[in-house]
Design a protein around this ligand. Structure first.
Ligand code: PEP
Ligand code: MN
Length: 339
């Protein structure tokens, strides 16, 4: 990092900063200009916040040179991480599609959805048993009954199951049934939950918070890796902007940026980003063209009857069409569709 001293910083103030950095084990390079002194400090930047340098007299600003995260960074590991969910590899040559209804609603609805998405070429089944709904009066999910249905659908189709875990109270229960644990957008910065979920021994799908920067998202992933769980897949699902025609604004820039900064796989959820079924396919194609390792897509056998997110759910026919059209884009990217 670089510590820029104020132009009026006194000798004593500069000395105090140097001593503090030295005691914290930093190597120092001091450049004494005509106007001001600049200190280059090399060492463990994770200690930076603890030092409160910016609160010291005579310090104008502190400029970190490296990223605040470590384990998730390309600098730490240059080779892309491939996360395995059973035999499904996310982050390798194949594009993996996770699809299914927003929520598990009934046995018939889930088994029908699972069969549809499997036939169309998805490799994983999505579906919420615990739903983070904006209104407490909306359908909240079938809870354990929903998890049992997901497990039954896995038995019947061979699809791996990804489902959301909302709190530590239900973590063990969800982990008993799920192949991959989803941290929803609203919980991206629930650091206590992140730590606990990391310890469940399952791969994790970490959604980006609707108002979070890429750096905050990577730091959330860092919490999981810091607990010793390296199996994290990031999921861009749209962020809040001034635009309100769509549900959120799909930030596709996140795909190449995250791939540049991190070795972790990144997938895209166009359904929650856009919120309208007719725009899901073009953005799904764009996501694959941008380099996404997979997609999370909501599909419902009868979207008009869905208890949750019907307007953004694809009909079976539209999902089949999407899967066909994705093959061509995957080919251009020198990749193939998983499954
Ligand atoms: C979901 O995928 O079911 C969901 C609730 O999405 P998000 O957390 O991105 O809103
Ligand atoms: Mn949904």
């Amino acid at each position: 990092m670089i510590v820029v001293m104020a132009d009026k910083a006194t000798e004593t103030e500069i000395k105090r900063v140097l001593t503090k950095l030295e005691n914290a084990g930093f190597q120092l390079h001091v450049s004494q200009g005509v106007e001001r002194t600049i200190i280059g400090a090399i060492g463990d930047k994770t200690r930076l916040n603890d030092l409160s340098l910016e609160a010291m007299a005579g310090v104008e600003k502190v400029v970190p040179i490296l990223q605040p995260y470590k384990l998730v960074s390309r600098a730490y590991m240059d080779n892309p991480t491939v996360v395995k969910v059973g035999d499904v590899e996310i982050g390798g040559d194949s594009i993996q599609i996770m699809a299914g209804p927003c929520a598990v609603e009934s046995r018939e609805q889930l088994l029908e959805s699972a069969e549809i998405v499997r036939r169309a070429g998805a490799t994983m089944l999505r579906g919420g048993a615990f739903k983070p709904r904006t209104s407490p009066y909306s359908f909240q999910g079938l809870e354990e009954e929903g998890l049992k249905l997901l497990a039954e659908a896995r038995e019947k189709t061979g699809l791996r199951v990804v489902t959301e875990v909302m709190d530590t109270k239900t973590l063990d229960l969800v982990a008993e049934y799920a192949d991959m644990l989803q941290i929803g957008a609203r919980n991206m910065q629930n650091f206590f939950l992140l730590r606990e979920v990391a310890k469940a021994g399952k791969p994790i799908l970490l959604k980006r918070g609707p108002s979070n920067t890429i750096e905050e998202w990577l730091l959330a992933a860092e919490y999981i890796l810091a607990e010793g769980n390296r199996d994290v897949v990031l999921c861009e699902r749209g962020v809040r902007t001034f635009e309100n025609y769509t549900r959120n604004t799909l930030d596709l820039t996140a795909v190449p940026v995250v791939k540049y900064l991190s070795h972790l796989p990144v997938i895209v959820d166009p359904s929650h980003a856009i919120g309208k079924w007719r725009f899901v396919e073009p953005m799904a194609r764009a996501a694959v063209a941008a380099g996404a390792d997979g997609l999370l897509i909501e599909v419902h056998p009868h979207p008009e009857e869905a208890l949750c997110d019907g307007p953004q759910s694809l009909t079976p026919d539209n999902f089949f069409k999407l899967m066909q059209n994705l093959k061509a884009i995957a080919g251009v990217m020198n990749r193939q569709m998983g499954g």
